[in-house]
Design a protein around this ligand. Structure first.
Ligand SMILES: Nc1ncnc2c1ncn2[C@@H]1O[C@H](COP(=O)(O)OP(=O)(O)OP(=O)(O)O)[C@@H](O)[C@H]1O
Ligand SMILES: [Mg+2]
Length: 368
C-alpha cells in the first residue's frame, strides 16, 4: 500500500496546457475520486500517476519517493479502464495470470495470486470460461482481477463502470466499495458520475479545465462548495442559482436583495465587500420552501414531476429565464399552473461573488 503526493504537477501536450499546478496528497488506503466535466483532465492526471504519460513539470511521489522517471511497471500500480479489453481467446484464469507471467513470476505464485484474487472477486466458478461467456459485470470483475493479481500498491480506475447498464453500475459500485473495505488499498477512481463520486470517495477532487477546484469529503463538497462550479457540479438536480445584490455586510452576516424574492439576512461574512456588489444566491432544490404568493414574491409552477419517492416542482421566475427546481418528498400538494412564493432554509443557502468564489460563513471566517 502507498500514499501518493502530487506537487505542482503540470502536463503540456504541444501548446496545450492540460494539467495546471496540481497539488494533492492521497493517504495510504484512501479512496480518492477525480470528477469533472469531459475534457477537464481526469484521465490525463490518472495516466500521469500510472506512468503512462510523462510529467511536464512538478514531482510525483509514492511513499515520499519521487517516481517521475520510474516506468509504469515499477510503480506498483494496477489500472482498470473503461473498455476492459480482456484477451478474448484466453480463459478468465489466463487473463488474470497474463501480467504475472509476463513479469516472470514463479508458477506457484501465479497460481496462488490468481486463486486468491478470484476468491475476493467471486470469480472462482468462472475461471475456465472465456470472456464472451461472461456478463458485463463479470467481465469488469475480471478486468479488476487482472489489475489486482499483481498486488499493486495502488489501484487506478478510469470510468470502469461507464459501459455497464444502470442497475449493474449500482451493483458494481457497491462491490467496489466493499472491495476497498476488504483490501484497504489506495484507490484512485475517475468518473464523471457524481453519484459514484459521492458514494465511493473518502475524498473527492473536483477538476475544472486542468485545475483543481476543490478537494474534500463528499459531505464538505456538498455542504460547503468553495466555488459556484463545485456547487453546480455536485448534487442532482443541480443547485438553483439566482442573481442577488449585497446591501450591507459585516463579520457576522449580510443582507442581500435577491431578484424576485426580496431582502434576506444571510449568515455569510461580507465585511470586506462593497454594498451594491453583484452576487449569486445558491439554493439546493431540497432547501427551497414554497408558500402562497405575495405581490413581490411570485413564481409560476410550470411543471411537476412525480418520481415515486419524491417530487420535483419547476418554477419560473417573473424576471430571468432560468427555471428553479424545488424537491420534496412525495406526495406533493403543488400543481402545474399554481403561483407560489419562494423561501428557503436561509442558514443553508450559498452566496458566490462575480468570480464564482463562495462567501464564507461568518463562523468559518472566525474559526479560520
Ligand atoms: N495525447 C494527447 N495529446 C493531446 N491532447 C491530449 C492528449 N490526451 C488528452 N489530451 C487533451 O487533454 C484534455 C484532457 O483530456 P482527458 O482525457 O484527461 O479528459 P477527461 O477529463 O478524462 O475527459 P472524459 O471525461 O471525456 O474522459 C482534452 O482536451 C484532451 O483532448
Ligand atoms: Mg477520461
Amino acid at each position: 500500500m502507498a500514499s501518493v503526493t502530487l506537487s505542482k504537477i503540470n502536463k503540456v501536450f504541444g501548446s496545450d496546457h492540460i494539467i495546471n499546478d496540481v497539488d494533492l496528497h492521497i493517504g495510504d488506503g484512501e479512496f480518492v475520486v477525480f470528477v469533472g466535466p469531459s475534457g477537464c483532465g481526469k484521465s490525463t492526471l490518472l495516466r500521469l500517476i500510472a506512468g503512462l504519460e510523462s510529467i511536464s513539470d512538478g514531482d510525483l511521489s509514492m511513499d515520499d519517493i519521487v517516481v517521475n522517471d520510474l516506468p509504469p511497471r515499477e510503480r506498483g500500480v494496477g489500472m482498470v479502464f473503461q473498455s476492459y479489453a480482456l484477451y478474448p481467446h484466453m480463459t478468465v484464469y489466463d487473463n488474470m495470470a497474463f501480467g504475472l507471467k509476463l513479469a516472470k513470476t514463479a508458477k506457484e505464485t501465479v497460481h496462488e495470486r490468481v486463486m486468491s484474487t478470484a476468491k475476493i472477486l467471486q470469480l472462482e466458478e468462472l475461471l475456465h470460461r472465456k470472456p464472451k461467456a461472461l456478463s458485463g459485470g463479470q467481465r469488469q470483475r475480471v478486468a479488476m482481477g487482472r489489475a489486482m493479481a499483481r498486488e499493486p500498491r495502488i489501484l487506478l480506475f478510469d470510468e470502469p463502470l461507464s459501459n455497464l447498464d444502470a442497475s449493474l453500475r449500482v451493483q458494481m459500485r457497491n462491490e467496489i466499495a466493499r472491495l476497498h473495505h476488504r483490501l484497504g488499498s489506495t484507490m484512485i477512481y475517475v468518473t464523471h458520475d457524481q453519484v459514484e463520486a459521492m458514494t465511493l470517495a473518502d475524498k473527492i477532487v473536483v477538476l475544472n479545465g486542468g485545475y483543481v477546484e476543490q478537494v474534500g469529503s463528499p459531505h464538505e463538497l456538498y455542504q460547503r462548495p468553495a466555488t459556484k462550479f463545485v456547487a453546480g457540479f455536485m448534487g442532482s438536480p443541480t443547485m438553483n442559482f439566482m442573481p442577488a445584490e449585497l446591501l450591507a455586510g459585516n463579520t457576522s452576516g449580510c443582507r442581500v436583495r435577491a431578484t424576485g424574492i426580496g431582502e434576506l439576512d444571510l449568515p455569510q461574512d461580507a465585511q470586506q465587500r462593497q454594498s451594491g456588489e453583484a452576487l449569486t444566491l445558491g439554493i439546493r432544490p431540497e432547501h427551497l420552501c414554497l408558500a402562497a404568493p405575495t405581490d413581490s414574491n411570485c413564481f409560476d409552477i410550470v411543471n411537476v414531476e412525480y418520481l415515486g419517492n419524491e417530487v420535483y416542482v419547476y418554477l419560473e421566475p417573473k424576471q430571468g429565464d432560468t427555471l428553479l427546481i424545488h424537491r420534496s418528498e412525495a406526495p406533493s400538494q403543488w400543481k402545474e399552473g399554481q403561483q407560489v412564493s419562494l423561501a428557503a432554509d436561509w442558514e443553508k443557502v450559498h452566496l458566490f461573488d462575480d468570480s464564482g468564489t463562495a462567501l464564507k460563513l461568518a463562523e468559518q471566517q472566525a474559526a479560520a
